[in-house]
Design a protein around this ligand. Structure first.
Ligand code: ASP
Length: 335
């Protein structure tokens, strides 16, 4: 009896420094969140005061909720999924409810998520009935041997996981219908807008107290896109990327350019192989390489130290963050 008590005391003494060390390590580990709600011709003429207020409120709510959970020990993956779900539920954005119409007058949704600790990733494209595509992307990551599942195959695969499904009309909003009708009149069936307009794809990157980075992106794509078109948002390395060694990135803009420029991975690669800071890498890719290609858009990202970048070559980008010092900021237009 005495010897077993002695063993327990010894065990506790041995364990104490390990526990307190890992706790203090967590306390020193910065946490941060950065989100976007799309880039484009976002200026005070195009977005009225009421709409600005609504957008800012949703962003703040998403950041506050995410930060609270992060402080309570939630993982970066959980917080990314939760925040993107909030944004998918808000009709202000082109993701989930409020997604744009394709050339057939329907909604085809793309989403992806990546875990920077394992480089594991999951994505869905062209799904039409899943209320929260970001959750479907996570299911693909965690429960399939694949990275990207498309359309009906994706919907069938996630069926057994009890995700909420909806009629395609659930995603309709008057605002997107008007944009769709206008684009058809102005530019003809099946055409993409000549000038990249504001679309409202959503994305989120999180650094948690365990030092893990995760990133996710969700979108309805481009208004009047060809039926079957898949953009950059579900393409790992283009629309989304996360690697604990470097950074997490979520992109928004004309997907065709982001795919050709492999934008999200390119930023990470400049950090990994050329020792660039996140800000320097993001600017080199978005403000130089992408711009020279003619690609409009931007990225949000954070690195393992909790440093945040929000770089865009368009008029504006809907964006917000909670920094490593706990400060929250939400912005729509250029500084
Ligand atoms: N990147 C998205 C796509 O091309 C659109 C956007 O970000 O607004 O599908």
């Amino acid at each position: 009896m005495k010897s077993s008590i002695f063993c327990w005391i010894l065990y506790a003494l041995l364990l104490f420094p390990i526990i307190s060390f890992s706790q203090s390590e967590n306390n020193n580990q910065p946490i941060a969140i950065v989100i976007h709600g799309g880039a484009g011709n976002i200026n005070p003429q195009n977005i009225g005061l009421e709409e600005q207020k609504r957008i800012k409120n949703v962003l703040k709510f998403a950041l506050d909720t995410g930060y609270r959970q992060l402080k309570n020990g939630a993982t970066s993956l959980d917080v990314v999924e939760m925040i993107v779900k909030i944004l998918e539920g808000a009709p202000e954005f082109n993701a989930g409810k409020g997604a744009v119409f394709n050339s057939e007058g329907k909604h085809e949704l793309d989403a992806s998520i990546m875990d920077g600790s394992s480089l594991n990733a999951g994505a869905v494209s062209g799904v039409m009935h899943i209320k929260n595509p970001i959750s479907a992307a996570r299911i693909v990551m965690e429960h399939s041997r694949h990275v990207l599942l498309n359309g009906e195959g994706a919907e069938n695969f996630v069926e057994k996981f009890d995700l909420e499904t909806v009629d395609n009309e659930y995603f309709d909003t008057d605002k997107r219908k008007k944009q769709f009708d206008q684009i058809k009149v102005n530019e003809g069936e099946g055409s993409l807008p000549k000038n990249y307009q504001k679309f409202g794809t959503v994305g989120c990157v999180v650094l948690d107290q365990y030092g893990n980075i995760a990133a996710g992106t969700s979108t309805g794509g481009l208004t009047n896109k060809q039926y079957g078109r898949i953009g950059d948002s579900p393409i790992i390395g283009a629309g989304t990327y996360a690697n604990n060694k470097t950074c997490g990135i979520s992109s928004t803009g004309v997907g065709e350019y982001f795919m050709r420029g492999v934008v999200a991975y390119d930023i990470s690669a400049l950090m990994e192989y050329k020792n660039y800071t996140l800000e320097k890498a993001a600017k080199a890719v978005v403000m130089e390489k992408l711009k020279e290609m003619g690609g409009d858009g931007g990225i949000i990202g954070l690195d393992k130290g909790g440093n945040i970048s929000m770089v865009f070559n368009t008029e504006g980008m809907i964006r917000g963050f909670v920094g490593k010092d706990g400060n929250t900021e939400v912005k729509l237009f250029a500084d």
